[in-house]
Ligand binder design. Sequence first.
Ligand code: 26Y
Length: 818
Amino acid sequence: MFGLMDVFLKNDSVSLQKDILDHVEYTVARSRFSFDDFEAYQALSHSIRDRLIERWHDTHLYVKKQDPKRVYFLSLEFLMGRSMTNSVINLGIRDQYADALNQLGFEFEVLAEQEGDAALGNGGLARLSACLMDSLATLDYPAWGYGLRYQYGLFRQIILDGFQLEQPDYWLNFGNPWEIERVHVSYSVKFYGTVEEEDLDGERTKVWIPGETVEAVAYDNPIPGYGTRSALNLRLWAAKPSDKYDMESYNTGDYINAIMNRQKAETISNVLYPDDRSYQGKELRLKQQYFFVSASLQDIIRRFKDNHQNFDELPDKVALQINDTHPALAIVELMRMLLDEEHLDWNRAFEITCKIFSFTTHTVEPGGLEKVPVDLLGHLLPRHLQIIYEINYKFMEELKKIIGQDYDRLSRMSIIEEGAVKNVRVANLSIVCSHTVNGVSKVHLQLLKERVFKDFCELWPQKFHYKTNGVTQRRWVVVSNPNLCSLISKWLGTESWIRNVDLLGGLRQYATDPDLQREWKMAKKVNKLRLAEYIETLSGVKVSLDAMFDVQVKRIHEYKRQLLNILGVIHRFDCIKNMSASDKGKVVPRVCIIGGKAAPGYDIAKKIIKLCHAVADKINNDADVGDLLKLVFIPDYNVSVAELVIPGSDLSQHISTAGHEASGTGSMKFLMNGCLLLATADGSTVEIMEEVGAENMFIFGAKLDEIPALREKGASLKAPLQFARVVRMVRDGYFGFEDYFKSLCDTLEEEKDFYLLGYDFTSYLEAQAAADRAFVDQEKWTQMSILSTAGAGKFSSDRTIEEYAKHTWGIEPCKCPF
Ligand code: 26Y
């Protein structure tokens, strides 16, 4: 008889070597006596995947048997990055694999570099989804992620002559060993057509006769937890042509055209929209949204029906989390299924639905909320539009009873926006039909109350909460910063902080210890060296390791104010140029690093990228400046680039105009890695300040409550002379391209300076000067750096998930006992 332990895959070096070689021969189909790095990577990843699958099966069987309430995390975007290193670390078999590979003549790190990023998302929201999945798995929660398997992820950013060009990211070209294709897990998703009424047992029932049917096929991605055998599933849907309803077109004789039309179905999951703010009512985008929620809900309801018949039990077994409004059609789809397929009456269906959904918003701008033209929705999903109208009608009737005939307010709160083009307000739908609405930071909730969802917050104050975002310390320290990781474990005397990040606070007591300080600085140096080599390979710019590495990496947006950063760099350059030789000796050398993608249609953001390059060209080739100042743009910023850049930074900038960043999660990654923050009091930095103390950060800029008055003043707010001077340098063509930069400079004119760069410039320069002074005193700087890491505990996604689990989803851990 086998014991259970005997059937698990073995993790000793010899077994792993055999396993890898078997995959070389039988999976990759190369000779075990001759294979290159990429083939070794493929074989290695398949060997790791086998181990993932084992745990993933065990977790599923166990959870299925226990049948607890599960959370389903619906998101149109997941930025998973690479999987290999993260997987072996979470499985606890990194060293064993490194050993086995050494025996075979390969190096783990080298093979890890062969992997491309899974970039199925734009930015913050998408990376947050990935961090939350890691925490859900680590904390043994019964959870699933659902999303779309785009053929093309976020575009690759190429820089040509300083201009951004976009190239497709065909990430599946070389196969994806981390996913499992499930040809038998597929559902039909319907579009278009008409709604008819039918008699069913004497009752009138709506029947949707679709005009098009597309098949959704599941691709499963195991998500391993750290220090547990739990592995969750991230199920991504791909569109395939359906063969179920199409006999007609074949019989008409136009065989070739019939095939071509079927192929069109696949376009639904072809490409990720590269915009992370503005929403345009595009049919394909709406199709993507519905395609993904319909397949996910069919899957979820099928799973529920395996063990249950009574839909009143659904809220006890299912929590549906919608990540921003993008999956909001799930609400309407569930209503449709309960009404038209399960034949529940309206009130029962609606009550069940509202108990199941919770909604997190990542938006601060009322203008950034999703709207879908009624005509578009009605054409694509005729039955859903009827349901939306019905929900709205009932909501409006209820609302009138509460607030009376206040028509302005009624029209603001309506799910339907009236006007020349009628729209469905997706956020209003999400609020009305969710039991909880969460913001992503403390100030974000305040903004929701005062600005974004004011009317709703007044109506249902108990519905609105916030869960401060977090990031996973597994990816952002253990995987990306092994030096710091072992240092922390050594000084805390335990590795437990990897699962219980509050323990990082234990570093505080050693913040001034000279031994820790020395080791801390050394770890930073090693990471800076790695980053410096990367910069040199990419741009040919040699940078000094003694300089302060000052980094701003994130999507390019006017509100994030990369332009303020660049203007600050120009000012620094200008000062150095005008300095006496003796003053130059006092300058703290800086390497300013900027990276990030601009949405392809976002003209001003693209100009900011070009300006960065133009300024860099000038500065980096100026003999007077030398090593005192360098400016580098890191192209194609993504998760794996972040893993390299963040550990190697001394200072990082989070400088959005107050009131514009819902949270910001980059700041948390830098903080964990002991980088000091130069920041405005916006989004998550407000809470970071509470944890690490403002004295350990460089805070500047107008405060949230000052902004409206400042904007009111507009042109009468005189920008400081220093600001006018640097803007003039750009305008007058000091960096070339004056015609091209004209419209960018125009946004900085006093009456147009919406993001208040001029107003904040002086305090920005002061904060920068404070950072310089602190850097000179390396002992003090290192202490601040240690205290930053020590204060990062709150910003683990483990804490975020615990809060969601307890207060929003009502789920408990379900830990597989073996
Ligand atoms: C509708 C479509 C165009 C769209 C696509 C992506 C709209 C928005 C987005 C993404 C938004 C996003 O990433 N928001 C960011 O979410 C982070 C996680 O909560 C926050 O930290 C960050 O402040 C916020 O801008």
